[in-house]
Design a protein around this ligand. Structure first.
Ligand code: ATP
Ligand SMILES: Nc1ccn([C@@H]2O[C@H](COP(=O)(O)O)[C@@H](O)[C@H]2O)c(=O)n1
Length: 220
């Protein structure tokens, strides 16, 4: 059956639970774009680190959003390209995407993401997009798009997530699992599932099976 979405679908969840892989598969099946909010937080973190900004001062949030604003005014804005096959982030004509999934960004991004000014900047970028689309992150269903038609929340044990992540990165299982647990703790405040989200344990199936599970909810 062909499923037609006119509004917004949200997929939230903990780190490495499979959000972007599932979002990409579902977006392709629905033939709509998906927006990775995490990629915007990662890009802003990269921008701060490149420019010597830290996240632990009272003016940190304002300094970071001022930097992002100055890039926009200078004609070099950070831009999310919401391709269904995988999101990209560009600054002007530079594709930054490859630089954003490193252990260094993983370790710093939660400190940037608690800054209210940065959360406001990311939310405004996403809310400027015209539906239909699928939005993926931590607080898409709870805060940014509470009006979404369908909401999902993905989770899996830290061990399952770490076992998947070591296949993508040159790191050992124990340190990947420890880093994921730390990120879960730091992100806990903005990661509470929307009360009306369908919760799915991605440890309970293969990637195609989880995508099919989400599609099943959309067509029922
Ligand atoms: N059943 C499954 N469901 C979801 N992802 C799976 C599954 N099995 C394996 N994976 C793999 O888990 C890995 C992590 O997935 P992905 O990068 O989509 O997670 P994420 O939640 O977007 O991560 P992050 O929060 O770090 O951005 C990917 O390599 C993906 O292919
Ligand atoms: N809605 C969101 C999305 C992400 N974050 C923060 O960004 C980090 C990276 O996100 P990934 O989806 O790529 O893991 C994440 O650890 C959070 O700190 C957020 O706060 N809200």
């Amino acid at each position: 059956m062909i499923v037609k979405i006119n509004g917004i679908v949200t997929i939230d969840g903990v780190a490495a639970s499979g959000k972007s892989s599932v979002a990409s598969g579902v977006a392709r099946a629905l033939e709509i774009p998906y927006l990775s909010s995490g990629l915007l937080y990662r890009a802003a973190t990269w921008a701060a680190l490149e420019n010597g900004l830290t996240f632990d001062t009272p003016e940190a949030g304002r300094s970071l959003t001022a930097l992002l604003g100055s890039w926009k005014e200078g004609g070099q804005p950070l831009t999310l390209r919401p391709l269904a096959g995988g999101n990209q982030i560009w600054q002007g004509d530079h594709d930054l995407t490859e630089l954003l999934h490193t252990a260094q960004i993983d370790a710093q991004v939660s400190a940037a993401a608690v800054l209210p000014e940065l959360r406001g900047w990311v939310n405004a970028e996403l809310q400027a997009v015209t539906p239909p689309f699928l939005a993926e992150g931590r607080d898409m269903g709870s805060t940014v798009f509470p009006q979404a038609e369908y909401k999902f929340y993905l989770y899996a044990t830290p061990r399952v997530r770490a076992e998947r992540r070591v296949l993508e990165r040159q790191q050992d299982l124990e340190s990947v699992e420890a880093a994921l647990k730390l990120r879960d703790e730091r992100d806990a405040r903005q990661s509470a599932p929307a009360p009306d989200a369908v919760r799915i344990d991605t440890g309970g199936g293969t990637l195609p099976e989880i995508i099919a599970q989400v599609m099943g909810h959309l067509s029922s």
